[in-house]
Design a protein around this ligand. Structure first.
Ligand SMILES: *[C@@H]1O[C@H](CO)[C@@H](O)[C@H](O)[C@H]1NC(C)=O
Ligand SMILES: *[C@@H]1O[C@H](CO)[C@@H](O)[C@H](O)[C@H]1NC(C)=O
Ligand SMILES: *[C@@H]1O[C@H](CO)[C@@H](O)[C@H](O)[C@H]1NC(C)=O
Ligand SMILES: *[C@@H]1O[C@H](CO)[C@@H](O)[C@H](O)[C@H]1NC(C)=O
Ligand SMILES: *[C@@H]1O[C@H](CO)[C@@H](O)[C@H](O)[C@H]1NC(C)=O
Length: 519
């Protein structure tokens, strides 16, 4: 599928370091280069690099030959690293960034040009995040409008794994670049991520200031590979058994992608993260995903906050895509709905108590049977990115808008009539579908899932006929299958935003809904 570079441990960074130190050891961190976007106000961007221990380093931000900011620091005697935090900058540019090192008679200068200030988003996950613009619907058209988006800059991390946390990237597939049809349509699953790009494009349309996009994703990889030892231990995963059963391509060892593809970015100031992953966990620690995912978010937040000297927000916005539909073949039909549910920490919606400041794009109605890349890779990434950007506008940018589909806030059993009445938090647009709701109906011997056909509805309520249950109603589920509906044809949407109602599982107890939080 792609040509991953299997580089173990610290071999490559050492080689690169050796090459670089030929230039008197003075260089920027790997991801500081021409065309980059640095995080704008209210945060300050972190600039760092390597130098001669003890040397003085002056970092200057300039425009038209004039310095508008100067920061002075010195190179750490032990780590050979220097670092400054820039003053918060308004969005805009271009600027030139220079770093000058003075040590005795040695006086050297590094320059990067065409630097913009804006919002920097990191995009990570599996192959659905890796899929490029050339693989999606309307690819030609989507690749043809890059001229209008020269203030969006893109960067793509190489596929590398490491046994230890690296302090800088060992390899970069695409250095900071202006978007072109060539670098966006590079090849199948090889930089640059279509979801990441389209998300950035929607954000730029809304915000009208520079956006930096960093793609760091690898197909077929489980969440364990992107998690630190800390977060896996927090979920009771015995970290010692470090190699996981390999259910696909992509590395399956604990923490190896966290180490090589995420941790090296933790000193950078970021706005937020988007994530499209979960397929590789349908059959691997599935029942721990409701722990591993919130723990990953918490750990990334903590690490990036600390690494950026407090500049990246402690609870930075974190968006993700709930898994889409696919032709499941031999996959049992409960695995995908369970992962979708666990992606929300079993709440069904986000943000929630376990996952503050998060947003989700529901994608179960975007299945693509005829995808040439297999149905697991649906080609409509535009709608995915559109839904994600609505979440970002609401959660990350504080806009008042509808960013998630309707969830029931009350479920009442009208026992005499054999009906369940659902009251939704929002208006609902309903297409009758007899099979999408099911109830768990128990007698003294067993429980069975029975269809609960939709009977009637009004603007915010829905009535289900549960008269086929002659025992006790225990639970209600919505859209609890791998492929619950055809393309954009789910039975429940919010009418104006056209956002689909997310799937849910609710325990019912006697007459009342007990709780749709946790289970
Ligand atoms: C280093 O070189 C620059 C010009 O390249 C000069 O402006 C600066 O004064 C020099 N600094 C020292 C300490 O020699
Ligand atoms: C990166 O973050 C780590 C952890 O907070 C810190 O020890 C290190 O000094 C930081 N490096 C730079 C260049 O700021
Ligand atoms: C592709 O283009 C057609 C024609 O403009 C449009 O109707 C359709 O919605 C587009 N598909 C996606 C996924 O954006
Ligand atoms: C149940 O919902 C229907 C509309 O779908 C409504 O007419 C009826 O009044 C509701 N019953 C109760 C008890 O809320
Ligand atoms: C519920 O469905 C049953 C048959 O499945 C039907 O006989 C009954 O009339 C329905 N109840 C209501 C209130 O529509």
């Amino acid at each position: 599928m792609n040509a991953p570079r299997f580089i173990f441990g610290l071999v490559l960074p050492l080689i690169l370091r050796a090459e670089r130190s030929a230039g008197a050891g003075f260089h920027f961190a790997s991801y500081i280069s021409n065309y980059m976007v640095l995080q704008k106000e209210p945060a300050g961007a972190v600039i760092w690099g390597y130098g001669i221990p003890g040397a003085m380093v002056t970092v200057t931000v300039g425009q038209d030959q004039e310095a508008i900011m100067k920061k002075v620091t010195s190179v750490n005697a032990y780590s050979s690293i220097w670092m400054v935090v820039l003053d918060p900058m308004k969005p805009g540019g271009p600027f030139e960034l220079t770093a000058q090192q003075c040590f005795g008679k040695i006086n050297s200068t590094l320059r990067v040009h065409d630097v913009l200030f804006g919002d920097v988003w990191l995009c990570s996950g599996q192959s659905n995040m890796q899929m490029t613009v050339s693989q999606i619907f309307n690819a030609t058209r989507e690749l043809s409008d890059t001229d209008a988006y020269q203030s969006i800059r893109i960067f793509s991390v190489s596929l590398v794994q490491a046994a230890k946390e690296l302090e800088d990237l060992s390899l970069v597939d695409l250095d900071w670049s202006k978007p072109t049809s060539k670098n966006l349509g590079h090849g199948n699953f090889e930089y640059m991520s279509a979801v990441c790009w389209l998300f950035g494009r929607y954000l730029f349309d809304a915000l009208q200031y520079p956006i930096g996009l960093i793609a760091s994703s690898w197909g077929g990889t489980p969440i364990e590979a992107w998690s630190s030892e800390r977060s896996l231990r927090a979920c009771g995963i015995p970290w010692k058994r470090s190699v996981l059963p390999n259910s696909g391509h992509g590395p399956h060892a604990y923490s190896v992608l966290w180490n090589a593809m995420i941790h090296p970015l933790h000193n950078m100031t970021l706005k937020g993260v988007i994530w499209y992953q979960g397929e590789a966990n349908m059959n691997l620690h599935r029942n721990l995903y409701n722990c591993m995912f919130p723990e990953l978010i918490e750990d990334w937040r903590e690490t990036f906050h600390r690494g950026s000297h407090g500049q990246t927000e402690r609870y930075f916005p974190f968006g993700f895509v709930q898994l889409s539909s696919f032709l499941r073949g031999a996959t049992p039909d409960d695995q995908c709905p369970e992962i979708r549910w666990h992606q929300t920490a079993d709440f069904g919606y986000v943000p929630n108590r376990r996952m503050p400041n998060t947003f989700m794009a529901v994608a179960m109605d975007l299945g693509d049977r005829n995808s040439p890349f297999d149905s697991i890779h649906p080609r409509d990434k535009q709608t995915v990115a559109y839904r994600l950007h609505l979440g970002a506008l609401a959660v990350a940018y504080g806009e008042k808008l509808t960013f998630q589909g309707p969830m029931p806030e009350k479920i009442e059993l009208l026992a005499d009539e054999g009906l369940l009445n659902l009251t939704y938090s929002q208006q609902i647009q309903v297409k009758i579908n007899k099979k999408i709701f099911t109830v768990s109906c128990c007698d003294d011997h067993q429980c069975k899932w029975l269809p609960a056909p939709m009977d009637a509805f009004s603007t915010q309520t829905l009535t289900l006929n549960v008269s086929s249950c002659h025992g006790t109603l225990v639970a209600l589920r919505y859209a609890w299958t791998t492929w619950p509906c055809e393309y954009k044809q789910c039975p429940l949407y919010h009418p104006t935003s056209t956002l689909p109602a997310p799937p849910f599982f609710a325990l019912l107890q006697s007459r009342f809904l007990k709780s749709i939080e946790g289970s």
